[in-house]
Design a protein around this ligand. Structure first.
Ligand SMILES: Nc1ncnc2c1ncn2[C@@H]1O[C@H](COP(=O)(O)OP(=O)(O)OP(=O)(O)O)[C@@H](O)[C@H]1O
Ligand SMILES: [Mg+2]
Length: 348
């Protein structure tokens, strides 16, 4: 455990009705970090948050907070607060009372409550909304109240479970930027859950990619995008071409019917591998200049680039290019050594 680790999960196993939902999770989360759990529906993101919050007890394994084992500490004694996907605001209370609720229960002096609530409302850009009923707020405003309420008692860690899921795309983008600002200005740890890869990549310091109750990869957004550990991560994180290949020797891989130079080494000679190539990394060139020749099957304009489906060597390739091609045209496809990512086949 490194010195600035705030939360540590060790070999966490969770079962519901005899079914394993977390398969021995190990994870260190650092102080002041923005960490995101990313993965498909049902992979165990919420369950992991609930383990940290204390709402679910693991069948096996330990949870540490600043080096102390907290398995037996009830949620309200943990220095952690949660913003749920459904904000669960108190409908009969106004904005001020919603945010003040936890502080009132702690019986803090009126004056301190007032100062802290107003400070939080200012932070989330809701100054002047104190007396509004929460049902008279937009979705985005309600979400800010939920965030203010979770932050008002100064938790060291904030857990956010798909907090922007109910918002439309534009508001979602605005709130992403605001949340990131809030996290940085308060200097606290955010643990964020989403199944939106773009959201994870733009907001996080660290992304934890999960599948079937297991961690597939932990890394910075750049690591995860540029150096995905396996075909699942590559596919989940962005559109990718994933084709079977054979690693002939170090720096030489065969796929699509020919040998390619690559930058990978350390595989067993003749190992069956997955080869991942991003759509934006395939260069469209005249057929004689290409490594592979393909036929354009479909072209869609995507705003900044054209997305083309190209049939080559029995595989449908996705290519992003700023130049459009005619459907039915033969094109050359060039793939440089740096653009080829080799992955061990995943165990099923
Ligand atoms: N209280 C429960 N009882 C039984 N099964 C549960 C319970 N909570 C979660 N599960 C199961 O555990 C698995 C993981 O659920 P979890 O809510 O952690 O997934 P998730 O990654 O948050 O998914 P989503 O993106 O859909 O929210 C799912 O198969 C789910 O059905
Ligand atoms: Mg969930």
């Amino acid at each position: 455990m490194s010195t600035n680790t705030i939360i540590s999960l060790k070999d966490i196993v969770v079962e519901f009705d005899g079914e394993r939902v977390l398969e021995g999770l190990d994870l260190d989360i650092h102080d002041k970090e923005f960490v995101t759990f990313l993965g498909p529906s049902g992979c165990g993101k919420t369950t992991t948050l609930r383990i940290i919050g204390g709402f679910v007890a693991p069948k096996n394994g330990d949870v540490f907070f600043e080096g102390k084992r907290i398995n037996d500490l009830p949620p309200y004694k943990r220095q952690v607060n949660t913003v749920f996907q459904r904000y669960a605001l108190f409908p009969h209370l106004n904005v001020f009372e919603n945010v003040a609720f936890g502080l009132k229960i702690q019986k803090l002096p009126e004056k301190e409550i007032r100062t802290r609530v107003l400070e939080m409302l200012e932070l989330v850009n809701l100054k002047g909304f104190e007396n509004r009923g929460v049902n008279q707020l937009s979705g985005g405003q309600q979400q800010r109240v939920a965030i203010a309420r979770a932050l008002v008692n100064h938790p060291k860690v904030l857990l956010l479970d798909e907090p922007l899921g109910a918002l439309d795309l534009k508001l979602r983008k605005e709130m992403q930027i605001e949340l990131k600002k809030i996290q940085q200005s308060l200097g606290i740890t955010f643990i964020y859950v989403t199944h939106d890869q773009e959201e994870a990549l733009t907001m996080s310091d660290t992304v934890v990619v999960m599948k079937d109750g297991d961690i597939q990869q932990i890394g910075t957004p750049e690591d995860i995008y540029n150096e995905p550990k396996n075909a699942f991560v590559a596919d989940f994180i962005g559109e990718s071409n994933i084709v079977p290949g054979i690693m002939k020797k170090d720096f030489l891989v065969e796929f699509a019917g020919r040998d390619f130079e690559c930058v990978d080494s350390g595989f067993t000679p003749m190992e069956q591998v997955d080869v991942v190539v991003r759509p934006e990394d395939i260069k469209v060139v005249p057929t004689i200049a290409g490594h592979i020749t393909g036929i354009v099957e479909n072209v869609t304009f995507k705003g900044v680039h054209f997305e083309m489906e190209v049939l080559a060597c029995g595989t449908h390739w996705l290519i992003h290019s700023t130049q459009s091609q005619a459907v039915g045209a033969s094109i050359g496809m060039q793939i440089g050594p740096e653009d080829i990512h080799i992955m061990h086949k995943m165990e099923e």
